[in-house]
Structure formats: structure tokens, C-alpha cells
Design a protein around this ligand. Sequence first.
Ligand SMILES: Cc1cc2nc3c(=O)[nH]c(=O)nc-3n(C[C@H](O)[C@H](O)[C@H](O)COP(=O)(O)OP(=O)(O)OC[C@H]3O[C@@H](n4cnc5c(N)ncnc54)[C@H](O)[C@@H]3O)c2cc1C
Length: 270
Amino acid sequence: MSAVPPYLFFRPRVVRTERLSPTLLRVVFGGEELAAVVSGGRDQRFKLFLPQPGQSTPVLPEPLGLDWYADWRALDPAVRGIMRTYTIREARREPAEVDVDFALHGDLGPASRWAQLARPGDEVALLAPVATDNGGVDFQPPKGTDWVLLTADETALPAVAGILEWLPTGTPVKAWIEVAHPDDRIPLATKADADITWLIRGTSPTVLDTLTAATLPEGTPYAWLAGEATTIRALRRHLLHTRTYPRPTITFTGYWRRGSTEDDLLTAEA
Ligand SMILES: Cc1cc2nc3c(=O)[nH]c(=O)nc-3n(C[C@H](O)[C@H](O)[C@H](O)COP(=O)(O)OP(=O)(O)OC[C@H]3O[C@@H](n4cnc5c(N)ncnc54)[C@H](O)[C@@H]3O)c2cc1C
């Protein structure tokens, strides 16, 4: 039996954009082929490829085989499509569309810059899941979890929104979400019993200070931490060493690192 890869490449176009808040911009991608995208929900990740300045569509290796990553790295960095990691906020069939919520951080990075200028018809490429069990969902509370702890910044807010939608009715949740602007406190739909604290950067105490001072529920926790990498590491250390949470009860992901582009992080990993 031949194994079907859980991710495939797509070349959709921007259908529309929607400003969700001062920092968050939803870009809706569309095209019939996107009907094949199957999100695992929660914090489902995918790879986005953007054109370089002056290009109308991102350059990808030909052919796009299982070795696409090595082939992509072998292309000229000034020519190959710019690769970034994002979260599928929602994938729909009719019409076939995928929503991606971009945290705009000014003119600093190509993805943020691209999103701010995105117009209907703009072409991108996605390496997106076509099976629910695709290895790109990190939020996996083990059996026996009594309550869920979430921390996020605006880059992880789309993932938190997906997690809160997915959690079963009545699940106790304590969430700390740090955003840039009071109007970034977007509505979050959930059937969970969620206690959400919004923190405004520069005005409120930091997530670390708030979590350190918090009284947390009894019972077996499952902690999911995402956002700026240095902050996430400090939060994890606090949970491991001060709260003595067992390692398997903590899932942590640096979504970005201050002072490093995503390309820098990939080069450091290689
Ligand atoms: C699994 C996963 C899921 C993600 N999902 C989302 C998502 O749904 N929405 C989303 O907006 N982001 C998401 N991110 C984060 C996103 O990939 C990074 O913010 C990425 O660096 C943006 O690319 P860029 O081209 O704009 O900036 P880069 O070229 O990568 O970086 C340029 C500069 O900007 C800085 N920078 C990057 N992001 C920020 C930021 N948010 N605020 C301030 N400075 C920043 C970097 O430190 C660097 O100095 C996700 C990351 C991961 C790993």
C-alpha cells in the first residue's frame, strides 16, 4: 500500500482580507484545490511560501517531491519562495477557503509586510495538511488531564482560538494572552470553562510575572505555551522547576525569536 503524504503543496490566491483588530489581519485564501485541505484543528501548523519582491508567485523546486525541503534550500535564497510557519485558523469546503490570521509586526519581516499589502488575486503557495493525523498539531492533552493552562501572544492567538473551540464542554482552562493593544482582545468562542486573562504589552505585568504570582488549580495540568521563544523558555522553566510540573505535561513552542528571522532559526537548526 502506498503511503499518502499528510501534506501537499497548493497554489491558492488571496480572496479577501479582514481586519480583526489593530494587530490581527485575517487573509482568506481560496481556490478549488483547497477543498483537499484537512485541518487537525487546534494549533494546526502549515508552511506558507511568499514571492520575493518583484515576483508575482513564489518560486518552488521543480519537481516538488518528498525531498522538497532539501531542494528548496538548494535554491538561491534571493530567488526561492520565502517560507514561514503559520496556523490554519479555519479550513472550509464550500467554498474551498483557508483562513490565516497574521499578527502584524510592522515592516520588520517579509510575511508581516506581505500580509499588510495583500490584495485579492495575490498568489502564494501553501504546504498544507490533507489528513487530520498529520503531525502538525502540538496541542495534545494526555488522558487524565484535569485542567488546561494556555499562554500566548498575538502570533499564537489564532492557535488559542482553535484550541478553545476544540476543547470539550466544561474543560477547566486558565489562559494568559498578551497582546499589543486593548482592541486586540478579540472574542474567543468556547464550550470550555475558560478563565481568560488579557495582558496589554507595556501596560500590564508580563505573562511570566502574572503566571508566577497566580494561584493555579489543583489536579493534573496540561500546559501549552507558545509565543516569543525566550519568554516561552522562561515560562516553561517556571512550570518545571518552581511548580514542579512533570515534563510530559508541558508543550512549548517558540513561534518567533526576538532579533532572529525564521530563516535564521532554520539555519541554526540545520
Ligand atoms: C507553529 C507556528 C505557528 C505560527 N502561527 C502563526 C500565526 O497563525 N499567525 C502569526 O502571525 N504568526 C504565527 N507564527 C509566527 C510567525 O511564523 C513569525 O512571527 C514569523 O517570524 C513571521 O515572519 P516575518 O517574515 O514577518 O518575520 P521574520 O522575517 O521571521 O522576522 C523579522 C524580524 O521580526 C521579528 N518578529 C517576528 N515575528 C514578530 C512578532 N510577532 N512581533 C515582533 N517581532 C517579530 C523577528 O524577531 C525578526 O527580528 C507561527 C509560528 C510557528 C512556529
